[in-house]
Design a protein around this ligand. Structure first.
Ligand code: 4AD
Ligand code: MG
Length: 448
């Protein structure tokens, strides 16, 4: 259907062609002399309106009521200009074949059903407009992610999922042995190990991972999953500023990509899911992001005339309400990069700043979501890293290979992690992260 209706003039250039559409019945309307069937094949938001009279082969199956909403069908017909105002072209049916009939209990009828209800039907929900569009935009974001990194000389590496180490030092991992809560270590090691080649032919000094990660944190919120996908680039010979620049360029690239390539789906979100999302994303793709230190952010929050649920003082972790205030209210919807957090609230591997109390960390905050990206410059100095492990009473032996990388040709390097489902939320406007992934896994819910 996208091949026909996505073309110039919404299919008018295809008039006269005989085509076959294989898909699922969205609606069926039988009038005395003609029957209208709206078919969708998942390739785009548009349905193909198929118009059928009694001379079409297979008409008896329509007449007898065998073909209903949800049934899968195969239709052959001619593309003709449409009489209706909703579409430019329709299909004049020559032949219809019922492939699989749909039981009358089919839960996705024409009336609008709630997202909560659809979560219990995750295997069927891609057949709705919203979830079909989310799936296509998610796919486009994944494609644009690889495109961005590949075009910029990054190597995609496969990182393991089963590991023995708590690589974030945060204790939120599942114990199997352990399912990876972040692939940062795997991404860091080739960066550490392989120096940049000067001829620029193979630039192994930049790598990224893109894969599933797991966290056992028990946060039942609209932005946490137990299984989520993360994109983690790692850059050698790079500092925190390079890291921020890469994160900004990446986000702007993928946002621009979907605005340019997913017009129909983005218009749908703009109308039905979040009014104004296209304008909001267009601005994000163009403007400079705000950058401020954690210390300045805390000062701003203390001075804010807003009553927060969680008290703000230097040293506290920013809560979602604080993050959203910064990006949505203090800076009018512009993404904000907060840097140089207190070392106590950040991971052991982040590079210590000269002040002795902060580390070279950065979080990118965006409207509606809060934290989209978390990253840092890594501690490349062996003595500092060992010192920090000791301070935190983490066992040096468990990190032997990570320390090894500092023994042999250590370089300044930095990276970040972006939660892919939060990006999908940000880009589509869906409110709950459970609607940004086909089969959401949250604490206590692994139904299928
Ligand atoms: O800030 P986080 O915990 O950072 C790391 O894991 C680093 N190792 C990344 C790195 O430097 N390579 O997680 C990164 C991002 C967050 O900003 C958030 O977008 C997402 O991952 N995230 C989650 N998304 C969904 N559900 C969860 N439970 C998430 N936890 C983190
Ligand atoms: Mg974080």
């Amino acid at each position: 259907i996208v091949d026909v209706k996505g073309g110039p003039n919404e299919g008018l250039d295809r008039v006269g062609l005989m085509i076959v559409v294989a898909g699922w019945v969205r609606t069926l309307r039988a009038q005395s002399s003609v029957t209208f069937i709206e078919v969708n094949d998942g390739s785009c938001l548009s349905n193909m309106q198929c118009v059928m009279t009694s001379d079409a082969e297979g008409y008896d199956q329509v007449k007898s009521g065998l073909i209903t909403t949800g049934a899968s069908i195969w239709i052959q017909g001619n593309v003709v200009p449409s009489q209706g105002s909703k579409q430019k072209v329709e299909l004049k049916v020559n032949k219809i074949v019922l492939v699989g009939k749909s039981d009358p209990s089919y839960p996705i009828q024409k009336k609008r059903v709630s997202r909560e209800f659809l979560r219990t039907k995750a295997h069927l929900r891609p057949r709705t407009n919203t979830f079909g569009a989310v799936a296509r935009v998610r796919n486009a974001l994944a494609y644009a992610t690889h495109k961005f990194f590949q075009e910029n000389g990054f190597i995609w590496i496969s990182s393991p999922i089963i590991t023995a180490s708590d690589c974030e030092g945060a204790g939120e991992q599942f114990c199997v042995t352990t399912l990876i809560p972040s692939s940062r270590e795997a991404a860091e090691s080739p960066v550490d190990a392989i120096p940049k080649t000067k001829d620029g032919l193979i630039d192994w000094s930049q790598v990224y991972t893109f894969g599933p990660t797991f966290r056992a944190e028990n946060s039942n919120t609209s932005r946490h999953l137990a299984e989520f996908w993360m994109i983690e680039p790692e850059l050698a010979f790079a500092d925190l500023k390079d890291d921020m620049a890469c994160a900004t360029a990446y986000l702007q690239y993928v946002v621009r990509y979907i605005l340019d390539n997913c017009k129909e789906d983005m218009d749908f979100f703009n109308t039905w899911i979040e009014k104004g999302i296209i304008d909001r994303l267009s601005t994000v793709a163009e403007r400079d992001f705000v950058q401020l230190s954690y210390t300045d952010a805390i000062e701003l929050l203390i001075k804010a005339k807003k009553k927060f649920e969680f008290l703000v003082k230097w040293g506290c972790d920013l809560q979602s309400e604080h993050e959203r205030y910064l990006t949505e209210e203090a800076f009018g919807g512009c993404p904000v990069i907060v840097s140089d957090y207190p070392k106590e609230i950040k991971a052991f591997y982040m590079r210590q700043n000269d002040d002795g109390r902060t580390v070279a960390a950065m979080d990118m905050l965006v409207p509606r979501i809060g934290e989209l990206i978390g990253g840092s410059q890594r501690e490349e100095r062996l003595e500092y890293l060992e010192g920090r492990l000791d301070e935190l009473k983490l066992n040096r032996d468990s990190y032997w290979w990570y320390l090894d990388l500092r023994h042999y040709g250590s370089v300044p390097h930095a990276g970040f992690g972006l939660g892919f489902e939060r990006l999908v939320q940000f880009a589509t406007g869906v409110e709950n992260i459970r609607d940004a992934i086909p089969f959401p896994r949250t604490p206590g819910s692994v139904e299928f």
